[in-house]
Design a protein around this ligand. Structure first.
Ligand code: UD1
Length: 344
């Protein structure tokens, strides 16, 4: 019997895909999510794919007493995967305190409760945003952390520092910090994916909505960058590949496969793809046109960043497998499913 894991933000985009992979691997899952950026039907999708409906508590992690009660009602949780966070960069600029409360206080609450409930380890969702514009590409885990460009980015840096300080203080738990590059796509079953929430800020949901005709055209933010075609470059990683890395990380931590109390891994493909290349890969994979126009650069955008994933490849034994083109087809199939369900 595999161990019991608390997944915060388990009905969210990356969280839901990870719950599926955990259950497929035999773990028992308890989700805490306040449904601020997801909905309860995600549990149906998870159940359809994995055959198991995870335990679910609708709760805000700022409610420490509430979390304590969930941990009491579900004894024997051994590890936490902490996804729950606010993640809209633009919103964070206007509502910094909301981001500091939602992304910092919540982590402090969880870390505070871990010793009380003998929870041995926490996997934390960080981001390549901590590197800013790296001086050397592909970027490795020991690249310098650059000043954050938004309160959201700052919360990820501070979260990492909070965890580092706890490990330094020898608190009785371990941690693995995972720095995601750009997660895209959906489960191949199209039962779960990224739920729309207003006008998408991220590239791929905007691409699929434009291809569907929900948006008139896609704005490509700048074609005068120092890149081969002038548009920005990112490392787009398939969300199921990403989810699988969490199962390996939790197993490594809880089965004591490493002596380190804190480890950090980049999760990316190692391949840089420009905005224009991504649009063309989508059109090639799906046969659907995406009308677009070039507009001014977006403030705060990084010119180019992609991962050196060798540390994760060798130490975790994990590699991103799916191609961008195939992954974009899963994003399209999910968009078609949303239309079927009448969701825009
Ligand atoms: C952004 C955040 C990052 C966060 C991540 C969460 C910034 C600077 N970074 O990453 O901190 O972790 O979201 O998912 O905001 N693009 C267009 N047109 C669009 C949308 C995007 O051309 O309508 C371009 C962007 O300029 C960028 C690329 O597509 O070059 C990817 O953008 P996006 O999906 O927003 O991700 P990031 O900016 O990399």
């Amino acid at each position: 019997m595999k161990k019991k894991i608390l997944v915060t933000g388990g009905t969210g985009y990356i969280g839901s895909h990870t719950v599926v992979e955990l259950q497929n691997a035999g773990y028992e899952v308890v989700i805490i999510d306040n449904l601020s950026n997801s909905n309860i039907e995600v549990l149906d999708g998870i159940e359809k794919i994995s055959g198991i409906r995870p335990v679910f508590a609708q709760l805000d992690l700022n409610d420490k007493e509430g979390v304590r009660n969930v941990l009491k009602e579900n004894p024997g949780i051994k590890g936490i995967i902490h996804f729950a966070a606010s993640k809209a960069v633009g919103e964070s600029v206007h509502k910094p305190l909301l981001y500091y409360r939602n992304n910092l206080v919540t982590l402090v609450n969880l870390l505070d409760l871990m010793p009380e409930f003998h929870i041995d380890g926490i996997v934390f969702s960080s981001s390549c945003t901590v590197y800013g514009q790296p001086d050397i590409l592909p970027v490795t885990e020991d690249a310098p952390i650059k000043p954050a460009l938004s309160p959201y980015g700052n919360t990820k840096q501070i979260n990492e520092e909070i965890i580092r300080d706890c490990i330094h203080a020898d608190l009785p738990f371990k941690s693995i910090i995972l720095r995601y590059f750009n997660p895209i796509g959906a489960h191949p079953s199209a039962e779960i994916g990224e739920l729309p929430n207003g006008v998408p800020q991220n590239l791929v949901p905007f691409v699929t909505q434009t291809a569907m005709g929900i948006r008139k055209e896609l704005s490509v933010f700048g074609d005068d960058y120092d890149t081969p075609d002038g548009s920005c470059i990112r490392d787009y990683i398939n969300v199921v590949d990403l989810a699988k890395a969490h199962v390996i990380a939790i197993d490594r931590m809880l089965e004591n496969k490493s002596d380190e109390k804190l480890e950090i891994f980049n999760l990316g493909t190692g391949r840089g793809v420009s905005v224009l290349e991504l649009i063309h890969a989508f059109e090639k994979g799906t046969g659907v046109k995406v009308p677009y126009k070039i507009v001014d650069r977006r403030e705060g955008d990084i010119e180019k960043v992609w991962a050196n994933p060798v540390h994760a490849n060798t130490v975790l034994g994990w590699t991103a497998k799916e191609t961008v083109e195939d992954t974009l087809v899963t994003a399209w199939n999910w968009q078609l499913k949303l239309r079927e369900r009448g969701i825009q």
